[in-house]
Design a protein around this ligand. Structure first.
Ligand SMILES: Cc1cc2nc3c(=O)[nH]c(=O)nc-3n(C[C@H](O)[C@H](O)[C@H](O)COP(=O)(O)O)c2cc1C
Ligand SMILES: [Mn+2]
Length: 462
């Protein structure tokens, strides 16, 4: 798929997927409550996304699955899936060195149709109810743009929003998020906080929003990361209700406002952890306007493997670039699927000095706070193969000296082993002793080219 030039526009992404045979089209009318996610779940992890062409109660189709396979995502960027973390990391460092800030334009595809005031009705959008116990329909793939009430610096993030009425959403803002910081600042100033929710954006904007704060601190305009992926300045449309812009090429954009202190129950929601996030009082969001393309497509994410490749991929890229600066010999990193995509990092290194595998564990925890487990292996281990990693643990880990436990550390609130964001973390040093000893040398066979031999398999001569 040659698609570098399509990633800024979801309608072109859909065309490219279709042309490459990577799009499943659901033609029957589908109920957005449960059925849509139920069908999507059957395709989860495959190299194909799913387009629901007819969704009950709305004229807008729904796309899901854009992030649930590295193969699919790699294809979209025209590269091998194992090259994605270093590619993403290069894009982010490029932005850090030489940011290309977004440009603001008066109109864009997203402002083709606008509804304001009492015309605003979230029920006109095909917002799905995903899992059986979810508290309502959820917008879970919208990119939030907001501005620091003091400095005016823009922030991009992704938050889940539960539909609570035709013009009302309830939002989940995790501890430490810049949106929460801005909300606190707005509260101190006695102001409300304007924001836009941009739905149906490409991976450039999505990755910019998912870039962790360790790489994109609060005083930087992280939307510039999207410009790096696009190879040109991201286009934003000036806000109609506030000074917060919308993504010009988004499918749908909601102009909203949060009044500090106004809370209402949000949840439960089936999360990437495989557990439901609990219902609790969280900020209320008032929707002031809905803008959309005439031919819009709603984008949703199925909690699960889709998050591995957004939060997870961005976490991997972040760890790779930060830890490489501090620890010599870092080769690669993979966040495992069993670790929900962002709780367990497997690090591959070529040891150059004794003791640095332990430094690598500490640096990795510091680079990405949601991690609960870090495993370090040598560069003769395939970090994307769980059996190979287990082999290193079974044969090289010293359980007395090679296990590092850190009690009562800050972690991820959605992880049930981190109640109130606090829990224990563990690092496994599964590298060989250094300097290396002969009995740790991996046995190898000669590397041969099968084409040099006449070989018969199942009576077929190759
Ligand atoms: C699909 C998806 C859903 C997410 N949902 C939430 C959420 O509900 N609440 C939240 O605080 N973070 C959520 N995140 C994580 C943040 O968007 C992410 O950590 C981001 O980098 C935060 O931006 P910030 O550093 O500017 O605060 C989600 C990420 C993805 C990719
Ligand atoms: Mn930020």
């Amino acid at each position: 798929m040659k698609s570098h030039n399509v990633i800024h526009d979801m309608s072109r992404i859909i065309e490219a997927l279709d042309a490459a045979g990577r799009l499943v089209r659901v033609k029957s009318e589908v109920d957005p409550e449960f059925d849509l996610a139920g069908i999507a779940a059957r395709y989860e992890g495959q190299d194909r996304a799913v387009l629901f062409e007819r969704v009950r109660g709305s004229d807008i189709p729904v796309l899901t699955g854009l992030y649930w396979s590295r193969g699919l995502l790699g294809g979209l960027f025209d590269m091998l899936e194992q090259d994605l973390p270093s590619y993403v990391s290069d894009m982010i460092s490029g932005w850090q060195r030489e940011p290309v800030n977004p440009v603001v334009v008066p109109e864009g595809p997203v402002t083709e149709v606008s509804m304001t005031g009492s015309e605003v009705n979230l029920h006109d959008l095909p917002i799905p109810v995903h899992a059986l116990e979810d508290g309502g329909p959820y917008i879970d793939a919208g990119v939030v743009i907001s501005r620091d009430p003091e400095t005016g610096v823009r922030n991009a993030s992704i938050q889940r929003f539960m539909v609570a009425g035709p013009r009302t959403l309830h939002v989940n803002i995790d501890a430490g998020r810049h949106l929460g910081l801005y909300l606190d600042k707005a509260a101190e100033r006695g102001e409300s906080l304007p924001l836009t929710i941009n739905i149906g954006v490409g991976p450039g904007v999505h990755f910019a929003a998912a870039t962790p704060s360790e790489s994109a601190p609060a005083d930087t305009d992280e939307l510039g990361i999207a410009s790096a992926f696009h190879g040109s300045a991201l286009r934003l449309v000036a806000g109609r209700n506030s000074d917060v812009e919308m993504v010009a090429e988004a499918m749908i954009s909601l102009e909203c406002e949060i009044v500090p202190g106004e809370l209402a129950d949000e949840g439960p929601f089936a999360e990437v952890t495989g557990y439901y996030a609990e219902r609790a009082p969280r900020p209320v969001v008032h929707v002031k306007a809905i803008h959309r393309r005439r031919e819009a497509v709603f984008h949703t994410i199925l909690s699960g493997q889709e998050v591995f490749n957004s939060v997870g991929l961005l976490g991997e890229s972040n760890v790779l670039s930060l830890v490489s600066k501090q620890v010599p010999g870092i080769k690669d990193v993979a966040f495992t699927h069993g670790g929900c995509g962002f709780y367990h990092a497997v690090l591959q290194m070529r040891q150059v000095r004794k003791g640095w595998s332990k430094q690598a564990i500490m640096a990795t925890f510091a680079a990405f706070p949601p991690l609960k487990m870090v495993t370090v292996v040598d560069d003769d281990v395939d970090i994307r193969n769980a059996s190979d990693v287990e082999w290193a643990m079974a044969t090289r880990l010293d359980p007395v000296n090679g296990v590092l436990t850190i009690p009562a550390a800050f972690g991820h609130g959605l992880n049930p082993s981190f109640p109130n964001y606090v829990g224990a973390k563990i690092g496994f040093d599964a590298t060989r002793t250094f300097p290396h000893e002969a009995h740790h040398e991996r046995a190898k066979y000669k590397s041969v080219d099968l084409a040099d031999f006449v070989i018969e398999t199942d009576s077929v001569t190759v």
